[in-house]
Each structure stands twice: as C-alpha cells, then as structure tokens.
Design a protein around this ligand. Structure first.
Ligand SMILES: Nc1ncnc2c1ncn2[C@@H]1O[C@H](COP(=O)(O)OP(=O)(O)OP(=O)(O)O)[C@@H](O)[C@H]1O
Ligand SMILES: O=C(O)[C@H](O)COP(=O)(O)O
Length: 395
C-alpha cells in the first residue's frame, strides 16, 4: 500500500483527488468545512516537502456547467484553512489548466474547476482521465467520500501513473479505521446499526455478522424485527416484505454466535411530530395509532451496558428520529456511552450520513476515535465491497 511517505514531493506537482463536495448556503458560503480540514495533512506534507498541489474535486451533481456548483466558491475557504496562496482555474482540462499547472511554483496550491462540469468524469472516460493526468507528476487519491465511484479522476486516472500513485493520509486513515473494525479490531467487537430501513442495511448486516460479537439494531429498523417475531408495532415504520429476511438474520446471528440486541421499550408518539403526545411502552405492545420514534429507558440502559463491554465499536445510523428534540435522547445517550467507552480505551468509528450529522450536532465528534468523511463510500465498505478508487491505487 503506497502512501505519501513513499514519495519525496520536492519540485513535484502532486495531482490530488480530494472530496471537496461540501455543503454551501444560499450565499455560497461553506457551512461545513470538515472535508477541507480533513485534506489538510496531505496538502501540508506535500508543500513541506517542497512540492506543489493541484487539487481536483467534484461539487454536487451538476448537469453540465452550472455556476452554483463552481469550486470557485470554496477557494477562499481552502486558502483560510491551509494558509497558503491558492489559485483557481475555470476548466479542469485544456490549455488554461495546463498553463496554470506548468507555472505553479513549489509551496503553492491550484484548484481546478468542478470535474463534473465534464460528463466524461462520471462516465470514467479514459481520454478525459489522460488529459487530467497531464497536469501532475504524482497522483494522490485522498477522496475517501468518492472512492466508491469508478470515475475518471478517482479510478481511471491511476493507470497513467503506474509507479507514481499513492493514498493520501485521509484515505489511508479511513482504510485503517475500517480495517480496525472489520479485520483487526480488539474483541469484543460491537456494531450499532440504526437508521430508517432494514432494506438499506441488509447487505451491511449480512457482511457484519462475520465480524462482530454484538450487534445492536435500533431506530426504525427495530420494528420489522419485532413484528416478524410476533410483536405489535402499531403505526411504527415497518417493512412487511422484509420480515422473513429479519428472521433469517436472527437465525444467522445465532449460528454465528453473534448476540443481537433489540430495543425492549420505546418512546412512542401518537403522531410523527415533535409536539405529539408520547408514552414509554413495551416494544412488542405498541397500539394502533402510536409509533415508536426513539429508544426507551430500559433499552438505553441495556445498550449502555453492551457498549461498555466492547473494545471495538462501529456506529452507523441514529437510534431514533434525532432531528426532533423529543426523540433525540436515545441517539444522544448512545453517543455518551460510546464516548465513555472510547475514554476507557475502546476504538470507535462513526460512519454514514445521518449518524455523522448526529455526532456533530450533539458534540461527540472529538469524543469518538474516528468520524468518517464518507457517506456512500463508508456504507459500501461496510458491505464488504472493494472500492474502485482504493483498488486502482493498489493495482
Ligand atoms: N423509529 C424511527 N422511525 C422513523 N424514522 C426513524 C426512526 N429512527 C430513526 N429514524 C430516521 O432514520 C433516518 C436515518 O436513516 P439512514 O438509514 O439514512 O441513516 P444513516 O445510515 O446514518 O445515514 P446514511 O444511510 O445516509 O449514511 C433519520 O432521518 C432518522 O430520523
Ligand atoms: O458526498 C458524497 O457522498 C461524495 O462526495 C460522493 O458524492 P456522489 O454521491 O454525488 O458521488
């Protein structure tokens, strides 16, 4: 596995695929710069070696050239965060980009315009990848968030740098964190899977059963498992067509000696609303007209005990409808438990769009071992897939 430390970047132009797909507000200000911060160590290492950085990224899913998706909007933020003079070129390929790259001095940064302004990027076009490749001497992939896309700049381009390609330090850290859970984690290993639907997590659950000792299933997924075992779930979110699968998962878990922990009580509401009437109720006895929207007190205490026993913890998906204050407590308490276990020496990894949002919202970001910068890429990794962006560097 080639990393930044395998190269000296002195007088070299590093062509770095970053994932600067960051959220912008109506005035095009960056509202969450985590992904830019996360790319900083790679950029600094290259600049300190005496090299220069050509940063390429996508932003959003534009249809052709659309100003709202221009990477121009993030140039000032990058300059602020990295603290180095940064220039921008309004096309990622062609004469202008080639001229800007050619005159880029060591210690400086150049940002290319949104790669997805060319449809060839998402199509994984080889000729487009070759044009990008002309711009740099060494290709560095540091875009974990986009490593599940076999796009020109994330995957195809690597073939033009047979010797001169490597992982950036963010991508390296993401790979190592996932490996710590999936391959080398100290036992007991726990996965907490929450979120809305069983259907979106099936492949993850099936893959993870071979890796973990404990599995907490929470959030909206709970009710498919409870109903499948004969419980009454009232109006809770439930996928009837996945009940057989839920039973099969329970069977597989037993055969593999994985302890499954489902909520035993829930905070139920008479409407999907922050102001609804609520009651704590046995998870198997939810009446019609009521829906479980958060974990109940017994479940939270039970989950705390499980978390505290484990040395390696993966968390994907909230335990309740955390976006509404009334139903955020299960997710917050789980975060607290994971933070405490981490303080006691456990390794904890949080990944997936909503769980990362919850961790940031409730201030757990620096109390867990690692928060992934990938949404879809993280989920595909947990499904056991080899991500094309990673494979292309290893080949
Ligand atoms: N009991 C519940 N009933 C209905 N919705 C719920 C329940 N518990 C959690 N949710 C919802 O599940 C959603 C998150 O589900 P999702 O599967 O997308 O999570 P994730 O894995 O963290 O994120 P992603 O899949 O985007 O990476 C949240 O919006 C939350 O409100
Ligand atoms: O935000 C993400 O998950 C990545 O930047 C990938 O974006 P995409 O789903 O548009 O490919």
């Amino acid at each position: 596995m080639k990393t930044l430390n395998d190269f000296n970047f002195k007088n070299k132009k590093a062509l770095i695929r970053v994932d600067f797909n960051v959220p912008l507000d109506a005035n095009f200000n960056v509202t969450d710069a985590t992904r830019i911060q996360a790319a900083k160590p790679t950029i600094i290492k290259i600049l300190e070696d005496g090299g220069s950085c050509i940063l390429m990224s996508h932003l959003g899913r534009p249809k052709g050239v659309q100003d709202e998706f221009s990477l121009q909007h993030i140039v000032d933020k990058v300059e602020d965060i990295i603290g180095v003079e940064t220039t921008f070129v309004s096309n990622c390929i062609g004469e202008e980009a080639e001229a800007a790259a050619a005159k880029l001095e060591p210690g400086k940064i150049l940002i290319l315009e949104n790669l997805r302004f060319h449809e060839e990027e998402s199509k994984g076009d080889v000729a487009f990848a070759e044009k990008l490749a002309k711009l740099g001497d060494i290709y560095v992939n540091d875009a974990f968030g986009t490593a599940h896309r076999a796009h020109a700049s994330t995957t195809i381009i690597a073939q033009f740098f047979p010797e001169n390609k490597c992982f950036g330090s963010l991508l390296e850290q993401e790979i190592k964190s996932i490996d710590k859970v999936m391959k080398t984690g100290e036992k007991p290993v726990l996965a907490v899977l929450g979120g809305a639907k069983v259907s979106s997590k099936i492949t993850i659950i099936e893959n993870i059963l071979d890796k973990v000792d404990h599995l907490i299933i929470g959030g909206g997924m709970t009710f498919t498992f409870i109903k499948a075992q004969g419980g009454s779930v009232g109006d809770s979110i439930c996928e009837d067509d996945k009940m057989d699968l839920a039973l099969d998962i329970l069977k597989q878990a037993k055969a593999k000696n994985v302890q499954i922990h489902l909520p035993v009580d829930v905070l139920a509401a008479n409407a999907f609303s922050n102001d609804a009437d609520t009651q704590v109720i046995d998870v198997t006895k939810i009446p019609d007209g009521w829906q479980g929207l958060d974990a109940g007190p017994k479940s939270k205490a039970m989950f705390h005990d499980v978390v505290m026993q484990c040395k390696t913890i993966l968390w994907n998906g909230p335990l309740g409808v955390f976006e509404m204050e009334t139903f955020a407590n299960g997710t917050i308490e789980l975060g607290n438990s994971i933070a405490e276990a981490t303080k006691n020496g456990a390794f904890s990894l949080v990944g997936g769009g909503d769980s990362v949002a919850a961790v940031k919202q409730f201030g757990f970001e620096h109390k867990v071992s690692y928060v992934s910068t990938g949404g879809g890429a993280m989920l595909e990794s947990l499904e056991g897939k080899t991500l094309p962006g990673i494979a292309a560097i290893l080949e």
